[in-house]
Design a binder for this molecule. Structure first.
Ligand SMILES: Cc1cc2nc3c(=O)[nH]c(=O)nc-3n(C[C@H](O)[C@H](O)[C@H](O)COP(=O)(O)O)c2cc1C
Length: 355
């Protein structure tokens, strides 16, 4: 089976989506039901984030349930219908994940996204938990796993997931500290799926540095069936991000220079709870330049906390991918998705005309 044939898997599973398939990343703090619904309305697959704490008393779980109630009402979905959005989880601390699955089954979400386990193999038991609930509840859900290496892709294939989100190191936000760009990663992930004769049951999405139709065509050419974007969706009217963060993304140029992969972005905001194999790409901001010029971590953290106490966002880490320089305006989700799908056709026609 070819990449083109497996593209049809996504449109079969998510029948409201148009081609090429586009999903927003489930960005913790940067998505909400209104945004996910806007992505769906434009022909994409909308994701919200369910967070990373699954203990019964967790506010992540109570917030998730509120969001799903809200999504049902916005989308006019009944309790027996599939809720047409996905929910993403950060899985490095999976204690109590069964509590999340109970909520997801109750609302019958269409997709679950797992990312950033302590060890890739940890996803095996979570996938099993979802499959058991799926059988018990007659629930139609697809499992997405974000992978940043061929090894993690192979493990996810063996665990029986439905979609591999191949994340390259141009990506905004957290990612494998030692990884590769999509140019290298995607073809090898496609080969891994083929080698396991899994192209008829597993779709591949490319994520990392894709912000327009050119990047989308490149990802499709490299072996993806569709794309995921994070940074580009932050700079949309519907994204619940502070205006300052959207403007930082819009005004940044030359992502090779203006962004950097580092664990320090988390240190500065006291969110350095991540396993050692992950770091994050963000715009180089005041905290990072302070640190580079010799200010101690303690002092940088103090300055960050003082600014936050005063309600200021200018010291917040602006997670953003290396293609940030190409983003020059805040647009609506509809404009973004339909614009990229149209641009894909134009780029394909230009390529065809020139070969
Ligand atoms: C602001 C921001 C927040 C993110 N949060 C998450 C998250 O909570 N969970 C996750 O799996 N990935 C997260 N990511 C990474 C995305 O899943 C995706 O790999 C990345 O956005 C792709 O690169 P791009 O930003 O260049 O499009 C985040 C990315 C950004 C930019």
């Amino acid at each position: 089976m070819t990449a083109v044939e497996s593209t049809k898997l996504l449109q079969k599973w998510f029948s409201h989506t148009t081609s090429p398939f586009i999903a927003n990343a489930p960005m913790l703090g940067f998505t909400d039901p209104e945004m996910a619904n806007a992505v769906n309305q434009a022909g994409g697959l909308g994701f919200i984030s369910g967070g990373f704490n699954f203990k019964p008393e967790s506010t992540h779980l109570s917030d998730l349930e509120k969001s799903l109630v809200n999504t049902r009402s916005i989308t006019g979905t009944t309790s027996t219908e599939t809720l047409p959005i996905g929910v993403g989880f950060i899985t490095f601390s999976p204690v109590g994940f069964e509590n999340a699955v109970t909520i997801l089954a109750k609302y019958r979400v269409a997709a679950i996204w797992l990312a950033f386990p302590k060890a890739d193999i940890d996803h095996g038991s979570l996938v099993q938990m979802i499959r058991d609930s799926q059988k018990k509840n007659g629930w139609d859900v697809k499992i997405f796993v974000q992978v940043g290496t061929v090894q993690s892709a192979n493990e996810a294939i063996d665990e029986g997931v439905d979609v591999l989100v191949a994340q390259g190191t141009d990506a905004g936000g957290h990612q494998w500290a030692q990884g590769a760009g999509l140019m290298s990663l995607l073809p090898e992930v496609r080969d891994a799926v083929r080698a396991k004769s899994a192209s008829d049951r597993i779709a591949i999405l490319g994520a990392g540095g894709i912000v327009d139709g050119r990047g989308c065509v490149a990802a499709l050419g490299l072996g993806a069936d569709g794309i995921v974007m994070g940074t580009r969706f932050v700079a949309t009217a519907e994204c619940p991000a502070p205006e300052q963060i959207k403007q930082t993304i819009v005004s940044a140029t030359d992502g090779a220079v203006s962004t950097v992969k580092s664990v320090q972005h988390d240190v500065f905001q006291s969110t350095d709870v991540w396993p050692a194999q992950y770091d994050g790409r963000a715009v180089i901001g005041i905290s990072y330049t302070d640190s580079q010029s010799g200010v101690t971590d303690e002092e940088v953290i103090q300055r960050y906390n003082d600014a936050r106490k005063m309600g200021q966002d200018h010291r917040r880490t602006v997670w953003a991918g290396a293609s940030v320089g190409v983003i020059d305006a805040v647009v609506s989700v509809d404009e973004l998705i339909k614009g990229i799908q149209q641009e894909v056709k134009e780029v394909m026609a230009r390529i065809t005309a020139n070969i």
